[in-house]
Design a protein around this ligand. Structure first.
Ligand code: SAH
Ligand code: SF4
Length: 406
Protein backbone atom coordinates (compact mmCIF):
# COMPACT_ATOMS: atom_id res chain seq x y z
CA UNK A 1 0.00 0.00 0.00
CA UNK A 2 2.76 2.40 1.04
CA UNK A 3 4.78 1.73 -2.09
CA UNK A 4 1.70 2.35 -4.19
CA UNK A 5 1.08 5.65 -2.41
CA UNK A 6 4.64 6.71 -3.05
CA UNK A 7 4.40 5.82 -6.72
CA UNK A 8 1.24 7.86 -7.08
CA UNK A 9 2.83 10.81 -5.37
CA UNK A 10 5.92 10.64 -7.49
CA UNK A 11 3.93 10.75 -10.69
CA UNK A 12 1.75 13.55 -9.50
CA UNK A 13 3.41 16.90 -10.10
CA UNK A 14 0.44 19.12 -9.61
CA UNK A 15 -2.38 17.44 -7.83
CA UNK A 16 -2.73 18.83 -4.37
CA UNK A 17 -6.06 17.05 -4.08
CA UNK A 18 -4.75 13.59 -4.82
CA UNK A 19 -2.07 14.32 -2.34
CA UNK A 20 -4.37 15.19 0.47
CA UNK A 21 -5.92 11.77 0.06
CA UNK A 22 -2.57 10.05 0.34
CA UNK A 23 -0.97 11.89 3.20
CA UNK A 24 -3.06 10.35 5.96
CA UNK A 25 -2.00 6.83 5.24
CA UNK A 26 1.60 7.70 4.51
CA UNK A 27 2.65 9.03 7.89
CA UNK A 28 0.66 7.32 10.59
CA UNK A 29 3.49 5.49 12.18
CA UNK A 30 5.10 5.09 15.53
CA UNK A 31 4.27 7.61 18.20
CA UNK A 32 2.47 9.80 15.68
CA UNK A 33 -0.44 7.42 16.03
CA UNK A 34 -0.70 8.11 19.74
CA UNK A 35 -0.44 11.84 19.45
CA UNK A 36 -2.92 11.90 16.58
CA UNK A 37 -5.51 9.77 18.30
CA UNK A 38 -8.96 11.35 17.97
CA UNK A 39 -9.02 12.15 21.67
CA UNK A 40 -6.00 14.44 21.48
CA UNK A 41 -5.76 17.48 19.25
CA UNK A 42 -2.31 18.68 18.29
CA UNK A 43 -2.29 22.41 18.95
CA UNK A 44 0.79 22.75 16.69
CA UNK A 45 -1.54 21.97 13.77
CA UNK A 46 -4.16 24.58 14.64
CA UNK A 47 -4.68 28.17 13.67
CA UNK A 48 -5.78 30.38 16.59
CA UNK A 49 -9.42 30.37 15.47
CA UNK A 50 -9.45 26.55 15.32
CA UNK A 51 -8.00 26.33 18.82
CA UNK A 52 -10.55 28.82 20.12
CA UNK A 53 -13.39 26.78 18.66
CA UNK A 54 -12.14 23.57 20.26
CA UNK A 55 -11.72 25.28 23.62
CA UNK A 56 -15.21 26.75 23.40
CA UNK A 57 -16.62 23.33 22.47
CA UNK A 58 -15.15 21.91 25.66
CA UNK A 59 -16.50 24.66 27.86
CA UNK A 60 -13.38 26.83 28.14
CA UNK A 61 -13.14 30.49 27.25
CA UNK A 62 -11.94 30.97 23.67
CA UNK A 63 -9.46 33.70 24.68
CA UNK A 64 -7.37 31.05 26.40
CA UNK A 65 -6.51 29.92 22.89
CA UNK A 66 -4.73 33.20 22.26
CA UNK A 67 -2.82 32.86 25.53
CA UNK A 68 -1.73 29.31 24.70
CA UNK A 69 -0.70 30.37 21.21
CA UNK A 70 1.46 33.15 22.66
CA UNK A 71 3.22 30.76 25.00
CA UNK A 72 4.03 28.37 22.20
CA UNK A 73 5.14 30.84 19.54
CA UNK A 74 6.48 33.82 21.46
CA UNK A 75 8.07 32.11 24.42
CA UNK A 76 8.74 28.64 23.05
CA UNK A 77 6.83 27.03 25.93
CA UNK A 78 5.03 23.77 25.08
CA UNK A 79 4.46 22.48 28.60
CA UNK A 80 0.93 23.41 29.73
CA UNK A 81 2.12 23.40 33.34
CA UNK A 82 4.37 26.41 32.60
CA UNK A 83 1.63 28.54 31.05
CA UNK A 84 1.26 30.55 34.20
CA UNK A 85 -1.46 32.95 33.10
CA UNK A 86 -3.89 30.05 32.73
CA UNK A 87 -5.77 28.86 35.80
CA UNK A 88 -4.41 25.80 37.57
CA UNK A 89 -7.61 23.91 36.73
CA UNK A 90 -7.26 24.63 33.00
CA UNK A 91 -3.54 23.74 32.99
CA UNK A 92 -4.43 20.41 34.59
CA UNK A 93 -7.26 19.76 32.11
CA UNK A 94 -5.50 20.66 28.85
CA UNK A 95 -3.34 17.51 28.55
CA UNK A 96 -6.51 15.37 28.51
CA UNK A 97 -7.57 17.02 25.28
CA UNK A 98 -4.43 18.43 23.64
CA UNK A 99 -0.81 17.77 22.80
CA UNK A 100 1.72 20.17 21.29
CA UNK A 101 4.00 18.29 18.89
CA UNK A 102 7.32 20.00 18.23
CA UNK A 103 10.11 18.68 15.99
CA UNK A 104 12.92 17.38 18.21
CA UNK A 105 16.49 18.53 17.60
CA UNK A 106 18.65 15.47 17.06
CA UNK A 107 21.75 17.26 15.84
CA UNK A 108 22.89 20.84 15.76
CA UNK A 109 26.02 21.84 13.83
CA UNK A 110 27.48 25.26 13.33
CA UNK A 111 29.70 26.10 10.39
CA UNK A 112 32.78 28.30 10.59
CA UNK A 113 30.76 31.04 8.83
CA UNK A 114 27.96 30.85 11.41
CA UNK A 115 25.51 28.83 9.30
CA UNK A 116 23.76 26.38 11.58
CA UNK A 117 22.12 23.15 10.52
CA UNK A 118 19.55 21.38 12.67
CA UNK A 119 18.44 17.81 12.02
CA UNK A 120 14.91 17.51 13.34
CA UNK A 121 12.96 14.37 14.13
CA UNK A 122 9.22 14.43 13.57
CA UNK A 123 6.55 12.59 15.53
CA UNK A 124 6.71 9.57 13.20
CA UNK A 125 10.50 9.31 13.40
CA UNK A 126 11.13 10.86 9.96
CA UNK A 127 13.92 13.38 9.80
CA UNK A 128 14.28 16.71 8.09
CA UNK A 129 16.87 19.44 8.12
CA UNK A 130 16.42 23.13 8.68
CA UNK A 131 19.13 25.72 8.33
CA UNK A 132 19.86 29.07 9.97
CA UNK A 133 21.87 31.47 7.84
CA UNK A 134 22.95 34.57 9.77
CA UNK A 135 23.74 38.00 8.41
CA UNK A 136 22.65 37.82 4.81
CA UNK A 137 22.30 40.70 5.93
CA UNK A 138 19.14 39.57 7.75
CA UNK A 139 18.79 36.42 9.78
CA UNK A 140 17.31 33.72 7.56
CA UNK A 141 15.70 30.37 8.29
CA UNK A 142 15.67 27.84 5.45
CA UNK A 143 12.73 25.52 6.00
CA UNK A 144 11.55 22.24 4.42
CA UNK A 145 8.01 21.59 3.19
CA UNK A 146 8.25 17.86 2.39
CA UNK A 147 10.34 14.86 3.38
CA UNK A 148 12.07 14.33 0.03
CA UNK A 149 10.62 15.67 -3.22
CA UNK A 150 8.74 14.18 -6.15
CA UNK A 151 10.05 16.59 -8.81
CA UNK A 152 13.28 14.75 -9.61
CA UNK A 153 15.46 17.66 -10.76
CA UNK A 154 18.65 16.09 -12.09
CA UNK A 155 21.07 18.21 -10.05
CA UNK A 156 19.32 17.98 -6.67
CA UNK A 157 20.00 15.41 -3.99
CA UNK A 158 16.59 15.88 -2.40
CA UNK A 159 15.07 15.04 -5.78
CA UNK A 160 17.06 11.80 -5.86
CA UNK A 161 15.36 10.52 -2.72
CA UNK A 162 11.86 10.86 -4.17
CA UNK A 163 8.91 11.93 -2.07
CA UNK A 164 8.54 10.30 1.32
CA UNK A 165 5.68 12.43 2.57
CA UNK A 166 4.30 15.93 2.88
CA UNK A 167 5.04 17.86 6.02
CA UNK A 168 2.01 19.02 7.96
CA UNK A 169 1.40 22.71 8.60
CA UNK A 170 2.47 22.17 12.21
CA UNK A 171 5.72 20.58 11.12
CA UNK A 172 6.52 23.42 8.71
CA UNK A 173 5.72 26.11 11.28
CA UNK A 174 7.36 23.95 13.96
CA UNK A 175 10.73 24.22 12.19
CA UNK A 176 10.50 27.99 12.52
CA UNK A 177 9.56 27.74 16.20
CA UNK A 178 12.50 25.44 16.85
CA UNK A 179 14.98 27.51 14.82
CA UNK A 180 13.84 30.76 16.45
CA UNK A 181 14.13 29.18 19.91
CA UNK A 182 17.53 27.64 19.23
CA UNK A 183 18.97 30.86 17.84
CA UNK A 184 17.41 33.15 20.45
CA UNK A 185 15.43 35.00 17.79
CA UNK A 186 11.87 34.44 19.08
CA UNK A 187 11.46 38.18 19.61
CA UNK A 188 13.70 39.38 16.76
CA UNK A 189 13.00 39.87 13.06
CA UNK A 190 14.06 37.12 10.68
CA UNK A 191 13.34 35.95 7.16
CA UNK A 192 12.03 32.56 6.09
CA UNK A 193 12.91 30.91 2.78
CA UNK A 194 10.98 27.81 1.75
CA UNK A 195 14.08 26.40 0.08
CA UNK A 196 14.76 23.34 2.18
CA UNK A 197 13.63 19.88 1.21
CA UNK A 198 10.54 19.63 -0.95
CA UNK A 199 8.40 21.55 -3.40
CA UNK A 200 6.11 23.92 -1.48
CA UNK A 201 3.45 24.16 -4.21
CA UNK A 202 3.21 20.35 -4.20
CA UNK A 203 2.15 20.65 -0.56
CA UNK A 204 0.06 23.76 -1.03
CA UNK A 205 -2.54 23.53 1.74
CA UNK A 206 -0.11 22.72 4.53
CA UNK A 207 2.43 25.30 3.39
CA UNK A 208 -0.11 28.10 3.28
CA UNK A 209 -1.66 27.08 6.57
CA UNK A 210 1.81 27.18 8.15
CA UNK A 211 2.32 30.71 6.82
CA UNK A 212 -1.04 31.79 8.30
CA UNK A 213 -0.07 30.30 11.67
CA UNK A 214 3.29 32.08 11.61
CA UNK A 215 1.62 35.34 10.56
CA UNK A 216 -0.88 35.29 13.42
CA UNK A 217 -0.62 38.26 15.76
CA UNK A 218 -0.83 35.79 18.64
CA UNK A 219 2.11 33.88 17.21
CA UNK A 220 5.29 35.29 15.70
CA UNK A 221 3.53 37.95 13.57
CA UNK A 222 5.72 37.16 10.58
CA UNK A 223 4.92 39.40 7.66
CA UNK A 224 4.57 37.65 4.28
CA UNK A 225 7.17 40.16 3.02
CA UNK A 226 9.70 38.30 5.13
CA UNK A 227 8.86 34.95 3.52
CA UNK A 228 10.12 33.69 0.14
CA UNK A 229 8.51 30.69 -1.47
CA UNK A 230 10.79 28.97 -3.97
CA UNK A 231 9.09 26.76 -6.54
CA UNK A 232 9.88 24.77 -9.60
CA UNK A 233 6.82 26.45 -11.15
CA UNK A 234 3.69 24.30 -10.82
CA UNK A 235 1.32 26.53 -12.77
CA UNK A 236 -1.98 25.68 -10.98
CA UNK A 237 -0.24 26.32 -7.65
CA UNK A 238 1.12 29.64 -8.94
CA UNK A 239 -2.34 30.69 -10.07
CA UNK A 240 -3.73 29.81 -6.68
CA UNK A 241 -0.91 31.67 -4.95
CA UNK A 242 -1.74 34.76 -7.01
CA UNK A 243 -5.11 34.89 -5.23
CA UNK A 244 -3.80 34.43 -1.69
CA UNK A 245 -4.46 37.23 0.77
CA UNK A 246 -1.16 36.41 2.52
CA UNK A 247 1.27 36.34 -0.36
CA UNK A 248 4.93 35.53 0.20
CA UNK A 249 7.71 36.70 -2.13
CA UNK A 250 8.05 34.42 -5.10
CA UNK A 251 11.20 32.71 -6.38
CA UNK A 252 10.99 30.60 -9.51
CA UNK A 253 13.58 27.88 -10.10
CA UNK A 254 14.11 28.40 -13.83
CA UNK A 255 17.51 26.81 -14.52
CA UNK A 256 17.21 26.70 -18.32
CA UNK A 257 16.40 28.86 -21.31
CA UNK A 258 14.88 26.38 -23.77
CA UNK A 259 12.05 23.92 -23.27
CA UNK A 260 14.22 20.94 -24.19
CA UNK A 261 17.00 21.93 -21.85
CA UNK A 262 14.60 22.56 -18.98
CA UNK A 263 12.75 19.30 -19.51
CA UNK A 264 16.07 17.48 -19.27
CA UNK A 265 16.91 19.19 -15.97
CA UNK A 266 13.50 19.73 -14.38
CA UNK A 267 11.07 16.90 -15.27
CA UNK A 268 7.83 18.78 -14.34
CA UNK A 269 8.60 21.01 -17.33
CA UNK A 270 6.82 18.49 -19.56
CA UNK A 271 3.57 19.32 -17.81
CA UNK A 272 4.21 22.98 -16.99
CA UNK A 273 6.58 24.30 -19.64
CA UNK A 274 8.85 27.30 -19.36
CA UNK A 275 6.55 29.36 -21.59
CA UNK A 276 3.51 28.70 -19.39
CA UNK A 277 5.42 29.52 -16.21
CA UNK A 278 6.73 32.80 -17.62
CA UNK A 279 3.28 33.73 -18.88
CA UNK A 280 1.89 33.12 -15.37
CA UNK A 281 4.71 35.25 -13.94
CA UNK A 282 3.85 38.08 -16.32
CA UNK A 283 0.32 38.14 -14.89
CA UNK A 284 1.37 37.55 -11.28
CA UNK A 285 0.16 40.36 -9.01
CA UNK A 286 3.20 41.99 -7.42
CA UNK A 287 3.26 44.58 -4.74
CA UNK A 288 4.91 47.91 -5.40
CA UNK A 289 8.66 47.64 -5.75
CA UNK A 290 8.61 43.86 -5.44
CA UNK A 291 10.00 41.52 -8.08
CA UNK A 292 10.03 37.83 -8.86
CA UNK A 293 13.37 36.17 -8.22
CA UNK A 294 14.47 33.71 -10.89
CA UNK A 295 16.86 31.11 -9.52
CA UNK A 296 19.25 29.59 -11.99
CA UNK A 297 21.48 26.70 -10.95
CA UNK A 298 24.59 26.92 -13.16
CA UNK A 299 25.85 23.63 -14.55
CA UNK A 300 29.21 23.62 -16.28
CA UNK A 301 28.87 23.44 -20.06
CA UNK A 302 25.13 22.72 -19.85
CA UNK A 303 23.23 25.95 -19.21
CA UNK A 304 25.99 28.49 -18.56
CA UNK A 305 26.93 29.68 -22.05
CA UNK A 306 26.71 33.28 -23.31
CA UNK A 307 23.83 32.15 -25.53
CA UNK A 308 21.97 30.94 -22.44
CA UNK A 309 22.55 34.30 -20.76
CA UNK A 310 21.24 36.18 -23.79
CA UNK A 311 18.20 33.92 -24.07
CA UNK A 312 17.50 34.42 -20.35
CA UNK A 313 17.45 38.20 -20.85
CA UNK A 314 14.86 37.79 -23.63
CA UNK A 315 12.72 35.39 -21.61
CA UNK A 316 12.48 37.80 -18.70
CA UNK A 317 11.39 40.77 -20.83
CA UNK A 318 8.26 42.30 -19.37
CA UNK A 319 8.59 40.62 -15.97
CA UNK A 320 9.62 42.54 -12.87
CA UNK A 321 12.46 40.26 -12.06
CA UNK A 322 15.87 39.69 -10.55
CA UNK A 323 18.12 36.73 -11.17
CA UNK A 324 19.88 34.66 -8.53
CA UNK A 325 22.61 32.50 -10.03
CA UNK A 326 23.51 29.41 -8.00
CA UNK A 327 26.74 27.73 -9.12
CA UNK A 328 26.05 24.02 -8.64
CA UNK A 329 26.95 22.30 -5.40
CA UNK A 330 28.41 19.15 -6.84
CA UNK A 331 27.66 15.89 -5.07
CA UNK A 332 28.25 12.19 -5.65
CA UNK A 333 25.55 10.86 -7.93
CA UNK A 334 24.88 14.28 -9.48
CA UNK A 335 26.06 14.09 -13.10
CA UNK A 336 26.99 17.78 -13.43
CA UNK A 337 29.89 20.02 -12.50
CA UNK A 338 30.14 23.46 -11.00
CA UNK A 339 31.26 26.05 -13.59
CA UNK A 340 34.45 28.04 -13.14
CA UNK A 341 34.30 31.55 -11.71
CA UNK A 342 35.18 32.85 -15.19
CA UNK A 343 32.10 31.23 -16.71
CA UNK A 344 29.90 32.51 -13.89
CA UNK A 345 31.33 36.02 -14.23
CA UNK A 346 30.82 36.06 -17.99
CA UNK A 347 27.16 35.05 -17.50
CA UNK A 348 26.72 37.74 -14.82
CA UNK A 349 28.24 40.38 -17.09
CA UNK A 350 25.86 39.63 -19.95
CA UNK A 351 22.83 39.99 -17.65
CA UNK A 352 24.19 43.08 -15.90
CA UNK A 353 25.03 44.77 -19.24
CA UNK A 354 21.39 44.32 -20.20
CA UNK A 355 20.18 45.87 -16.93
CA UNK A 356 19.08 42.70 -15.21
CA UNK A 357 19.65 42.75 -11.46
CA UNK A 358 21.71 39.69 -10.78
CA UNK A 359 23.28 38.12 -7.71
CA UNK A 360 25.43 35.04 -7.26
CA UNK A 361 24.56 32.85 -4.32
CA UNK A 362 27.51 32.43 -2.02
CA UNK A 363 28.60 29.19 -0.42
CA UNK A 364 27.48 28.99 3.18
CA UNK A 365 28.06 26.25 5.68
CA UNK A 366 30.23 24.21 3.34
CA UNK A 367 32.03 22.54 6.23
CA UNK A 368 28.82 21.18 7.77
CA UNK A 369 27.09 20.31 4.51
CA UNK A 370 24.29 22.75 5.20
CA UNK A 371 22.60 24.05 2.11
CA UNK A 372 19.01 24.70 1.30
CA UNK A 373 17.87 22.72 -1.70
CA UNK A 374 20.57 20.12 -1.18
CA UNK A 375 19.24 18.36 1.87
CA UNK A 376 18.70 14.65 1.88
CA UNK A 377 17.77 12.32 4.68
CA UNK A 378 17.02 8.64 4.45
CA UNK A 379 13.27 8.15 4.19
CA UNK A 380 11.69 5.91 6.76
CA UNK A 381 14.72 5.50 8.97
CA UNK A 382 16.01 7.59 11.79
CA UNK A 383 19.44 7.92 10.20
CA UNK A 384 20.60 10.85 8.18
CA UNK A 385 21.89 9.53 4.89
CA UNK A 386 24.15 10.89 2.24
CA UNK A 387 23.79 14.57 2.84
CA UNK A 388 25.98 16.39 0.49
CA UNK A 389 26.80 19.77 -0.40
CA UNK A 390 27.73 22.98 0.82
CA UNK A 391 26.84 26.36 -0.17
CA UNK A 392 23.94 28.38 -0.72
CA UNK A 393 21.86 31.07 0.55
CA UNK A 394 23.30 34.33 1.44
CA UNK A 395 23.02 37.37 -0.69
CA UNK A 396 26.36 36.64 -2.35
CA UNK A 397 27.70 39.10 -4.82
CA UNK A 398 25.06 41.48 -5.92
CA UNK A 399 25.08 43.42 -9.13
CA UNK A 400 22.36 45.96 -8.63
CA UNK A 401 21.50 47.50 -11.91
CA UNK A 402 18.36 49.43 -12.68
CA UNK A 403 15.62 47.05 -13.75
CA UNK A 404 14.47 47.54 -17.28
CA UNK A 405 11.53 49.77 -16.53
CA UNK A 406 9.56 46.66 -15.72
N1 SAH B 1 11.64 22.80 -4.57
C1 SAH B 1 11.84 24.19 -4.54
C2 SAH B 1 12.49 24.68 -3.27
C3 SAH B 1 13.61 23.83 -2.72
S1 SAH B 1 15.05 23.75 -3.71
C4 SAH B 1 12.61 24.66 -5.76
O1 SAH B 1 13.12 23.84 -6.49
O2 SAH B 1 12.63 25.87 -5.98
C5 SAH B 1 15.77 25.35 -3.38
C6 SAH B 1 16.79 25.78 -4.41
O3 SAH B 1 17.98 24.96 -4.34
C7 SAH B 1 16.27 25.66 -5.82
O4 SAH B 1 16.48 26.83 -6.56
C8 SAH B 1 17.10 24.53 -6.35
O5 SAH B 1 17.20 24.57 -7.72
C9 SAH B 1 18.41 24.70 -5.63
N2 SAH B 1 19.27 23.51 -5.72
C10 SAH B 1 18.90 22.22 -5.71
N3 SAH B 1 19.97 21.42 -5.87
C11 SAH B 1 21.05 22.22 -5.99
C12 SAH B 1 22.46 21.99 -6.17
N4 SAH B 1 22.97 20.77 -6.28
N5 SAH B 1 23.28 23.05 -6.24
C13 SAH B 1 22.77 24.30 -6.13
N6 SAH B 1 21.48 24.57 -5.95
C14 SAH B 1 20.61 23.56 -5.89
FE1 SF4 C 1 12.51 19.21 -5.59
FE2 SF4 C 1 13.43 21.72 -5.64
FE3 SF4 C 1 15.13 19.60 -5.56
FE4 SF4 C 1 13.75 20.08 -7.80
S1 SF4 C 1 15.30 21.43 -6.86
S2 SF4 C 1 14.00 18.08 -6.82
S3 SF4 C 1 11.82 20.84 -6.97
S4 SF4 C 1 13.68 20.23 -3.98
Amino acid sequence: MKRRVKELEQRNYSGQNEFLVTIDCSHLEGNARDSMSPALHDIAELEPSELETLLADSGSEPFHGRQIYRWIYRYGVTDFGRMTDLSRALRARLPDQFVINTPRIVSDETSADGTRKLALELADGRRIESVFIPDTPSMTFCVSTQVGCAMGCGFCLTGKMGLVRNLTAGEIAGQVRVLAGATGLLDQPFNIVLMGMGEPLHNYEHTMKALRMLHSEHGLSISPRRVTLSTVGLVPGLERLAREPLMPNLAISLHATTEAQRTALVPPNTRYPLAAILETCRRFPLKKRSRITFEYVMLDGVNDTPDDARRLVKLLAGIKSKVNLIPLNPAPGIPYDRPSDERVNRFVQILADRHITVSVRKSRGRDIRAACGQLIVEGGSKKTAAQQMALLMGSGVIFPTPSRGK
